[in-house]
Design a protein around this ligand. Sequence first.
Ligand SMILES: Nc1ncnc2c1ncn2[C@@H]1O[C@H](COP(=O)(O)OP(=O)(O)OP(=O)(O)O)[C@@H](O)[C@H]1O
Ligand SMILES: [Mg+2]
Length: 241
Amino acid sequence: MSEPATQAPLLELDAVDTYYGQIHILQSLSLSIRAGELVCLLGGNASGKSTTLKTILGIVRPRNGAVRIDGEDVTKRATSYRIGRGLAIVPENRRLFAPMTVLENLEMGAYLRGGPSKEDFARVYDLFPLLHDRRSQLAGTLSGGEQQMVAMGRALMSRPKLLLMDEPSMGLAPILVERNFEIIKQVHESGVAMLIVEQNANVSLSIADRGYVLSTGRLVLEGPAADLRENEELRKAYLGR
Ligand SMILES: Nc1ncnc2c1ncn2[C@@H]1O[C@H](COP(=O)(O)OP(=O)(O)OP(=O)(O)O)[C@@H](O)[C@H]1O
Ligand SMILES: [Mg+2]
């Protein structure tokens, strides 16, 4: 890596405890992502994956611990501020604006940054030529795979430094999962750091640099993706081997 080791990570969760009311979900969770890295966060249902993303974005606030972006403590900052610092999300189930066109959905992605530029559209259409062909179609009428492209394109319209993705493979046929992860890899190679939340450990570890494994709100494993792929416990629990 070309950066000095002393440079702060792009994103850091430092021992966060996140609650919903009295229910303690994330338990002293620490993780970090450096510029340009592709990191996956694995775990079964209800392990706290989406809650981790909500904590990063400030949709829920941790009771203890800190969230830092580029070394700046943003724990008490609003979601909009964090997005302004370079975060974007492709949410669970995509959450498109169904009665709006593909083009309007993409425009919304650049809204917080002050509106889209020609270059923003060009970059997204270059990555997803199909979205250009379908720009006038209502998002709600697209197939699942196409909607995933719109959701990713919309997130990229804000030129994020770190893209958060919540279960991009959910609800997609295996062939589309593979295609989708090829696109994720391509976006990553264009210089965007990514945190991918997934239950599909196989496919995410095949493209990730590093991974974390959550179980009931605690980290139980972390390391280079290559090591996790060989980990016996993980193989038994998630990789079906
Ligand atoms: N708003 C909420 N209020 C109360 N409990 C919640 C809330 N949101 C989530 N939870 C609970 O927190 C726990 C973790 O949920 P979370 O959505 O983070 O899991 P997940 O790992 O993303 O699961 P999945 O793979 O099913 O999406 C679950 O037990 C869930 O019921
Ligand atoms: Mg979830």
